[in-house]
Write a protein that binds this ligand. Structure first.
Ligand SMILES: [Zn+2]
Length: 128
């Protein structure tokens, strides 16, 4: 069963963003092409293994119909979701990830700092 198929010729390939060995189409050359290529792969349902397996069968059928000249149809909602996911992945550089972690844990560090200061002040006050 197919894990991914070429959007232009319907040939099967291991991953949506792989260059097609049959017609040479490179999905990474264009953003829209990349999205639609992920759509025509099990990458369309990354969170749901059961659905991926069902989709592999669908991809087999779509591979056949693309070979016969049918232009595949894409559900807008799914394309938009994949576009958003792609943007998120692109936006998540290590620097940004570190920044988000820092921002997330900053309140906890501040609270610890305040508690430590109170403890310190109490100790000094009690003369211990
Ligand atoms: Zn191809």
């Amino acid at each position: 069963m197919a894990k991914a198929i070429c959007i232009r010729c319907g040939a099967k390939k291991p991953k949506g963003l792989n260059r097609c060995r049959s017609c040479g189409l490179d999905p990474k050359s264009d953003n829209d092409l990349a999205l639609k290529s992920v759509y025509l792969s099990i990458g369309r349902f990354t969170e749901d293994e059961e659905r991926q397996q069902l989709y592999e069968r669908e991809l087999d059928a779509m591979s056949q119909s693309i070979r016969e000249g049918t232009v595949p149809e894409f559900a807008d909602a799914d394309l938009q979701r994949l576009a958003r996911e792609r943007e998120l992945v692109k936006a998540l550089t290590p620097k940004r990830a570190a920044y988000y972690l820092f921002r997330t844990f900053l309140p906890a560090f501040l609270l610890l700092g305040i508690l430590y200061a109170i403890m310190f002040a109490l100790k000094a006050y009690l003369g211990k």
